[in-house]
Design a protein around this ligand. Sequence first.
Ligand SMILES: Cc1ncc(COP(=O)(O)O)c(C=O)c1O
Length: 477
Amino acid sequence: MTTIGARPLAGLLGPWRDRSPAYAALADRVRLLVLDGRLTAGTRLAAERELAAALGVSRTTVAAAYAALRESGHVVSVRGSGSVVQPPAAAAPAEGEDAGGGSGGAPGHPQVLDLVNAALPAVQGLQEVVERAVRALPRHLGGTGYEMRGVPELREAVARRYTERGLPTRPDEVLVTVGAQHAIALLARTFLRPGDRALVETPTYPTAVRALTAAGGRALPVPVGPGGWDGEALREAFTRARPAVAYLVPDFHNPTGATMPAAQRREVLELAERSGTRVVVDETTADLGFAPGAPAWVPFPGDVVHVGSLAKSVWAGLRLGWVRADAATVREALEHRSPTDLGTPVLEQLVGAEVVDVLDAFADRRRAQLRASHDALHEALAERLPSWRVPRVAGGLSTWANLGAPVSSSLVLAARARGLLLSTGPRFSVDGAFERYLRLPFTLAPERMRRVVDVLADAWADTARLPQALPAPEALV
Ligand SMILES: Cc1ncc(COP(=O)(O)O)c(C=O)c1O
């Protein structure tokens, strides 16, 4: 069991005291850390007396906060182990949260505006493709169904797509996985030994960092913002730390929406070659360039390992992703696969094979949806929250709002109480930073995005009254 001590917990909590009574504000902040995934299930919280000392509050305040967390099911008392974090689904839903647990957003809860995940419902036209795949299933029913590398139809379709986009690929250079997340975790286990350095962007897609650290990697953060990657920090990280792995999201990066210029991609390749680093390029969002004139996706050049997925351009519910690498790396990754799973379900793979062949048409629909929602979000923000600095992005699913004050967690809590679910800025950080930032996915329909901004403006009015929300929003306008 991991324990979080009083000081690290105080650091994670940040400026938590945003309402009275203090115990309720403290309990809210711990809940938010659990929901954000920054405190994971099974973690033992710091002892009451120590946390009270670290926060400069009375022990009664911490005891009351822990009691409130037990009451709401976010924490259990384990004899001899103190207070232990519970998985979020086991906890009672917060006000306005979908009772289904997780991120919510289940059909039947239309009043909840769920932007915890940057993802869309299934693309229009998927049902017909699934029906075609069902008709193709009999071809496979005579086999055992263990397809550890992936069914030939899907590996051929993925290989064709890379080849058409300029990266010649054979089917034995493709390994079908259960979504991109599985691919990242598998590659982390394949490439990392305990204590190895894993270069990651900060902010970044947090579940990838969890996969890398779970495999023993030590995260080596390199800053990225809406304006791009910090070239100096990249050079320094590769040259000084010689990381075993670099995990990058170079196209419409999550959460910032940034895209890495071609010259910097070439530089990354050179740096990686010199430092002996395996570069894992996550192209999950690469098909989602929607700005007029945005160039079509081309695979990252050179000797890197590509990760792809249908989750964002088609539907996350398919749980289909892949690794594209040289055949030896694919074999190596396969070795690491068998202890945990024996392949992606065949029917889903057949759906994938049909989908990849019509992916451009599907991605066009996605891009049109995202463009409309992105523009609606910006129009509403310009009107209701003009003090925020929110970059317009050329593609992807989210933008990275600079709030101008370190109030992301307070704002997310205030929005949550009004039925709008978001992830805080620090959730995307490797070291707890970004309390001034908020990821804004534009994944709801345009009229719902306008509603999101209305709720945010109300929540902001509460948040802007907090002492840490300086300079005052008026001064920023
Ligand atoms: C950059 C990135 N990679 C991977 C994933 C997960 O993809 P999948 O659903 O295919 O596992 C996400 C989901 O948010 C993502 O943003």
